[in-house]
Design a protein around this ligand. Sequence first.
Ligand code: HEM
Length: 123
Amino acid sequence: STQKSPYEALGGEAVLSELVDTFYSYVAKHPDLAPLFPNDLTETARKQKQFLTQFLGGPTYYTEEHGHPMLRARHMPFTITNTQADAWLACMNQSMDDLEITGLIREYIMERLTMTAYHMVNQ
Ligand code: HEM
């Protein structure tokens, strides 16, 4: 197909990478999220770049290295309530503001991330 993937519409690797780095800079400071994460978010961010790339129709880097995402199962070790899902999405919205990501691509990505975030709620 000649249609751009959402990954391409976002701006590809450069924009996605900056978005994820900005996102974890907020996660690291968020009182409802920071306690769940390791102090060094380098590896977390690397995996999230791989995941979001494939989630948005880009290359399947996450699955190539880690197998099936099974995201809900991978999040079961962590207590996630609506509070954490709201906080996760607030950090992502703030990051999109910072990068000036607007319009349909932002709406599309945020809609899918919202569904995924609430799907992770396990308490
Ligand atoms: C890993 C928390 C939502 C994708 C993790 C980790 C935590 C976490 C604590 C482990 C980090 C590490 O040890 O490096 C949360 C919380 C969420 C949430 C509190 C709130 C709802 C999401 C969403 C996505 C996502 C919406 C995808 C769009 C991932 C990925 C990993 C991960 C890909 C790496 C999994 C792996 O180890 O391979 N998350 N997460 N998370 N999260 Fe989330």
